[in-house]
Write a protein that binds this ligand. Sequence first.
Ligand code: SF4
Length: 328
Amino acid sequence: METGTRSCDVCGEAQPVYRQVYSGVSFCAPCFKKSVEKRVRKTISRYSLLREDDRILVAVSGGKDSLSLLKILARIEREYPRASLVAVSIDEGIPGYREEALRHAADMCRRLGVEHRVYTFEELFGVGLTEAMSRGVLSRLGLGACSLCGVWRRKAISLAARELKATVVATAHTLDDIVQTYIMDILRGEYPKAPLGLRREGAGIIPRVAPLRLVPEEEVVLYAYLSRIPFQEIPCPNAQNSQRELVRTFLAQFESKYPGSLFAALKTIESKIMPREEALTPCQLCGEPASKTICRACELEGQVSFVLSETARLVGANVGVDDVQGVD
Ligand code: SF4
């Protein structure tokens, strides 16, 4: 990558590989990797994301972000003998997509000596995502693939965290992911409710943290590349139709024209727009944090199983799926 300077601004010696436009600093490869790791450490300590005796569940999809996070956390965890790590991958049941990512996740865990567990939508919710789509569930419920997938993946991670006795869940959400989520909330007419990726405790609730929340996605990609982390590059076949993809494209173009905009958006939304934090309340069915008495994941689980059983009954009675009316 052309940087326009002759030597790294940090060590003053090696050839730079990356110019961080929003700060004006050029980095050589080793200094760049160190700067990302240092930023993750600073984020953890600035927001008290992790404790010395945490059992940390790292949600690992097998993509660049989660594998980079796992590598960095594995290094940090070695310095804290009372802490432990377990990696969890969720197989949503998207044939031809998740398999490669799961292989990368398993390989990385083996190399780092981290326990790795895989949970599937099929075993947790009775149906994989693609199967749910092909059986007409999403169209009946008026949902996009990512809406169901995102809610169930979150729930799957929570169920895994309970089973594995994790005290905290670390996700690989980057600066870009977090700003995208806030903007999507605003575009849907909702206020972003609470800062994402900061440790929020509540009775019976396992907190979620995002140690990459101050690292732009572009830098995580470069970190993975320079660290020679093999990761899955093919996007999910459902991604192109998602609302997130539209917001992602817009924000990436805006950031490239006006560097630093993502940091500015994060700061403004979290300090000026966000309402006062509400206490987390547990879902009456599963105990996970919910904004209503029943969480969205439990609500969807009930609706999906209703549609599946209705469809099976009607197909048995030789009635087409299209004949089935909407679900309440
Ligand atoms: Fe799930 Fe959507 Fe992500 Fe695909 S792009 S894995 S459907 S959330």
